[in-house]
Ligand binder design. Structure first.
Ligand SMILES: [Zn+2]
Ligand SMILES: [Zn+2]
Length: 370
């Protein structure tokens, strides 16, 4: 008897997710069946719902999740039944041009199959009630009671970390902390500006703190998010609706500009501000996204002075190394995850959760399963 489970299915852009009973396929040899216990609503999922990020449908979204391994295929490595896992959304083949150059995020196998939302073998891992193939975002699709993933995407973490907090490590927290720790080249005492204090930005603030930054300037339009940033390590907060962000950056750095800017707002204004606020020779890291077909503009003079700009998706993570580290950092008290969760909701409330995310009311809504 094939496994049936409830999942939130997107049939077309700008339509509500529909909660349906779907059917899992049989496990392939290197697959792992994960019972999802918690999954976060990320802005990237919203971009697919809104149509600014385009995927084939019907599809199960959700790519920030934690759960329990229920079954493993005979060739699955790295996890066993009963392990608590955080899911990674960066499957990679290990033997292509980019994998050989230590850039698994650019894996040609994944970038080839990923946009079709099918697995490495070109097949899906679930079907709708009428038998139609059901695609899975990033080989995951965690907005359901279960999902089948390649073994490399299920990363065991300590069982002490609660699932609703563990799931955040799988996308938003890894993206922000990783940008600061793995890419930001933040030296002890450096000045760091974080533009946009959603889940990713608040994680970047914490990454800057863990890296030993001297000044951490948080920028947002929402005073409540700035207050959270202060709690997580920001030394300054700027309400961009009230103050000139670039002027403050210069004032705080004797006119030079900050050493590192981490952009996590995903707006043309934020991209532009990032190049203006960084000092000559400084680092700019872009984490946010806008519609893939839209242009964005800069003042040429802001780009001239040896500034290093990098667009990054997943904090240059190596999940098997980083996920357990972040879980332990939470358990030891140096990484704050509790305050990133604004709401815990049931799967049936997922459309309300996305509406709240779109209105900017929540840092993270997390779907939890009883
Ligand atoms: Zn995400
Ligand atoms: Zn590859």
């Amino acid at each position: 008897m094939p496994l049936q489970y409830r999942a939130a299915v997107l049939h077309g852009p700008q339509t509500p997710l529909s909660i349906e009973t779907v059917t899992a396929t049989a496990l392939k040899p290197a697959d792992v069946l994960v019972r999802i216990r918690a999954t976060g609503l990320c802005h990237t999922d919203l971009e697919v719902i809104e149509g600014s990020l385009r995927y084939p449908m019907p599809i199960v979204l959700g790519h920030e999740a934690a759960g329990i391994v229920e079954q493993v295929g005979p060739d699955a490595r790295g996890v066993k039944v009963g392990d608590h896992v955080v899911l990674s959304w960066n499957p990679h083949c290990g033997h292509c041009f980019y994998c050989d150059r230590d850039s698994p995020i650019l894996c040609e196998e994944y970038l080839g199959k990923g946009p079709q939302a099918v697995s490495f073998d070109g097949e899906v891992r679930a079907t709708l009630g009428n038998g139609e193939a059901l695609r899975q975002l990033m080989y995951l699709g965690s907005f359901g009671e279960y999902c089948i993933v390649p073994d490399q995407q299920a990363i065991a973490v300590p069982k002490e970390i609660p699932f609703d907090r563990a799931c955040l490590i799988g996308c938003g927290v890894m993206t922000g902390v990783g940008a600061a720790l793995n890419l930001g080249a933040i030296a002890h005492g450096d000045s760091v500006m974080v533009i946009g204090c959603g889940a990713v930005g608040l994680a970047a603030v914490q990454g800057a703190r863990l890296a030993g930054a001297g000044r951490i300037i948080a920028v947002d339009l929402n005073p409540a998010k700035l207050a959270l940033a202060a709690k997580m390590g920001a030394t300054h907060g700027i309400d961009a609706s009230q103050e000139d962000v670039v002027a403050v950056a210069r004032r705080e750095t004797v006119g030079r500009g900050v050493d590192v800017v981490i952009e996590s707002a995903g707006s043309p204004a934020a991209f532009r501000t990032s190049t203006e606020a960084v000092r000559p020779g400084g680092h700019v890291i872009w984490l946010g996204k806008i519609d893939v077909d839209k242009d964005t503009s800069f003042r040429w003079g802001s780009l001239m002075q040896e500034k290093r700009i990098r667009r990054v998706s997943y904090g240059n993570t190596r999940p098997r190394r980083d996920f357990p580290l972040l879980a332990r950092a939470y358990l030891e008290g140096s990484l704050m995850l509790d305050d990133l969760i604004s709401r815990r909701i049931a799967l049936d409330e997922i459309n309300d959760g996305f509406a709240a995310l779109k209105r900017g009311e929540t840092i993270r809504s997390v779907v939890t399963f009883d």
